[in-house]
Every structure is written in C-alpha cells, then in structure tokens.
Design a protein around this ligand. Structure first.
Ligand SMILES: [Zn+2]
Length: 144
C-alpha cells in the first residue's frame, strides 16, 4: 500500500527518467492503478517500463509484461526467492516465511471452537432498558 509520499517519490523518479511524462499524471496513474502494491514492487516495475525504449506511456505497466517478473526477482539478491521448507509443490511455490500453503494449513488446523460470548452485564442491560422506557414514557424499573 503506497503512501502519498511514496507515490510522489515514485512519480518524481519516473519523471526524472521520462521528462515527457508529467509529474501530476504519474501521481494520478499510480494512485489509481497501483496504490495497493508494495513501494519496491512499483519502483522496480515503473523503472523497467520507463527505461524501455518501446514504452510510450506509463500505462504500459498495467500490462502483464516482463517488468512484473523483475518484481518477482526482488525477493533475494540472487533474483530468486527462498521457497518454504515444507515438502510439497503447494509449499515450494511460496516464499519462506510468507507461505500461503502454511497459512492454509494453520486455518485448517483451527479447532473451530466458537469464541465464547462475553458474560452478560445485567446493570448495563437494565440501564439500556430504562433508557428505552424513559424515551417511551414508561415507568423506570429499579431492580436489575
Ligand atoms: Zn509452507
């Protein structure tokens, strides 16, 4: 999720790389289409798109192009992420420490015990009931 400051910095960087792309248009584009992404991911993809001679406008970033593969390569300096330690294709396709399959296993292992309801607060209920009686012009009850 991009902050306003991050959007402005990314727009300034892209504007430095491509002075023909107006700063305000870049801000608008980034907020509208990429605000949900991580700062670094947008920085990598935007730089890739901005420095490619075939690029006409920053909107090219919205296509499923090799710039998103460049983003995937940011997991480690080797260009590939370290996969989850657990055996199985479902786990090995997720990065270690952020494994969707591990999270799914955790959720499946949940015992489904419902969260206990909070203990009733008779005084609060009586007070609330009396407010309703008062509003309706009915006599107020003193006992809880
Ligand atoms: Zn896993």
């Amino acid at each position: 999720m991009l902050t306003r400051t991050e959007v402005e910095r990314l727009a300034a960087a892209a504007n430095a790389l491509r002075p023909d792309w107006p700063l305000q248009s870049l801000c608008t584009f980034l907020v509208r289409d990429h605000a949900h992404r991580a700062y670094r991911d947008v920085a990598v993809a935007l730089t890739w798109v901005a420095t490619d001679p075939k690029t006409q406008t920053p909107k090219r970033m919205n296509e499923l192009g090799p710039w998103w593969q460049a983003v995937a390569g940011t997991e480690t300096s080797s260009g590939r992420y370290t996969p989850c330690d657990i055996e199985g294709d479902a786990h090995r396709s997720y990065p270690k420490g952020r494994c969707g399959a591990c999270r799914a296993d955790e959720l499946a292992a949940d015992d489904h015990t419902p969260t206990p309801a909070p203990a009733p607060i008779p005084a609060a209920y009586a007070g609330g009931a009396n407010l309703v009686r008062q509003a309706a012009g009915l006599p107020i009850k003193e006992h809880a």
